[in-house]
Design a binder for this molecule. Structure first.
Ligand code: ADP
Ligand code: MG
Length: 398
């Protein structure tokens, strides 16, 4: 459990409080498609404003790579923040450092919110430039990190500011750290880890780390193809990282060494074309044809998996079990999610999930609220699971 200071332990009244949030939401033609990340930080902003702090909000938005990009201006998000904060006044300044920003801060009253422009309009943000950090830090006297999802990055607004200012975890950060610690670090055993998604290459560290923590590891999604291939099965034209054959075999060895069971699909859904409404069928992993593409885990594997899940007390899940964006290749992921949700609701299972696509799959299945804990973070959630120290969290402890 990282030992960190919580916002409620700090005096905030009549203070300039810098809050780093992650409101990097999807915007199409100026319209916010999903405001989950904005809603998630509202409690922190509201608390600070209601306790008469001057709330200085900073975030990145998109990848402008150090240049001013009007399409990635935070200004587009200000209206939504204002709507959600109701009577609390929200204003915006179109820069994040310099005299203009200082004047805007001076013009903001205690109990109000000032949103700064996209931090990544400056390349110094991702380079963790000390002078840029000093300029940002000079705007406040207390720093709250409410961006768990960015805390695996040593950027100026994540690690630079807390090296200068007194710092605390915002409410979302606190919820993430408490949720992950309570449910996973102190997990009720046995624990099943389900790892899916597209590529083994992005999850090698995760699999190796889970081998020592979980009692069962399930490999699903496109990743499973690489494992099946490594074990000598024909996978046709499926997504596969053939060069990772030995890595897959090593992971299998590592799990065995830790006495952890590894579960691979033994039936799969195959199609000839990777597209919607392309005819598909269920086959054993022993009878995949040369021109087949594996797109989902099969129903027999799901049934067996659901059965196995009953013998576990905790589930940690990252990565869909099939190409869920294309229907009906979402069926495997959804039916497994439904089983996990049902076990959770009956109090038999602690279920935790995280990852961009995993959360989106659970969202479209309408199951988000049925899981014990869902992390809003992708990369940071993964690195936490990998047992790595997140620089943003470490910085809060200094
Ligand atoms: P997360 O964002 O939750 O960490 P990933 O990004 O690792 O998950 O993986 C999600 C992607 O994996 C999705 O785009 C999904 O379509 C893809 N995927 C899953 N199974 C397959 C498969 N059998 N073939 C191709 N892509 C797959
Ligand atoms: Mg993803």
């Amino acid at each position: 459990m990282p030992n960190f200071k919580r916002l409620k332990e700090c005096v905030v009244t009549n203070k300039n409080v810098i809050v780093r949030v992650d409101i990097n939401v999807p915007v199409v033609n100026g319209k916010i498609e999903d405001d989950t990340r904005i809603r998630a930080v509202i409690p922190t902003l509201k608390y600070l404003a209601e306790n008469k702090a001057k709330v200085i909000v900073m975030s990145h938005f998109g990848r402008p790579e150090g240049k001013v990009e009007p399409s990635m201006s935070i200004q587009q998000l200000v209206g939504r923040v204002q709507e959600l904060l109701g009577s609390i006044k929200v204003s915006f300044v179109d820069d994040c450092i310099g005299d203009k920003v200082r004047s805007a801060v001076d013009a903001t009253n205690y109990g109000e919110v000032l949103m700064l422009e996209n931090l990544r309009f400056y390349k110094q943000e991702t380079k963790n430039d000390p002078e840029f950090s000093r300029n940002l830090a000079s705007l406040g006297s207390l720093y709250a990190n409410d961006a768990f999802s960015c805390s695996h990055r040593a950027h100026a607004s994540i690690t630079g500011i807390p090296a200068i200012l007194k710092s605390a975890a915002g409410f979302l950060m606190e919820a993430e750290l408490d949720g992950l610690t309570n449910h996973l670090e102190h997990a009720k055993k046995p624990m099943m880890a389900v790892v899916g998604g597209a590529k083994v290459s992005s999850k090698i560290d995760l699999l190796n780390s889970l081998a020592s923590k979980a009692q069962t590891i399930v490999v699903g999604g496109g990743m499973a193809n690489t494992f099946l291939y490594a074990l000598g099965k024909n996978i046709g034209k499926s997504l596969c990282e053939k060069d990772l054959k030995n890595t897959a075999l090593e992971i299998i060895e590592t799990t065995k060494k830790h006495g952890c069971k590894i579960f691979l699909p033994f039936d799969v859904v195959v199609t000839k074309k990777f597209e919607q409404n392309s005819p598909c069928k269920i086959v054993s992993t022993d009878s995949v044809q040369e021109d087949d593409i594996i797109v989902d885990i099969g129903p027999l594997s799901i049934a067996k998996l659901t059965d196995e899940l009953q013998n576990h007390k905790t589930l940690v899940w990252n990565g869909p079990l099939g190409a869920f964006e294309i229907k009906p290749f979402n069926i495997g992921t959804e039916s497994f999610a439904r089983s996990a949700a049902a076990l959770t609701c009956s109090g038999k299972l602690i279920s935790v999930s995280g990852g961009g696509d995993s959360v989106s799959a659970l969202n479209s299945a309408g199951l988000i609220d049925e899981f014990t804990y869902i992390s809003t973070a992708g990369g940071a959630f993964m690195e936490w699971l990998e047992g790595k120290d997140l620089p943003g969290i470490a910085a809060l402890n200094q």
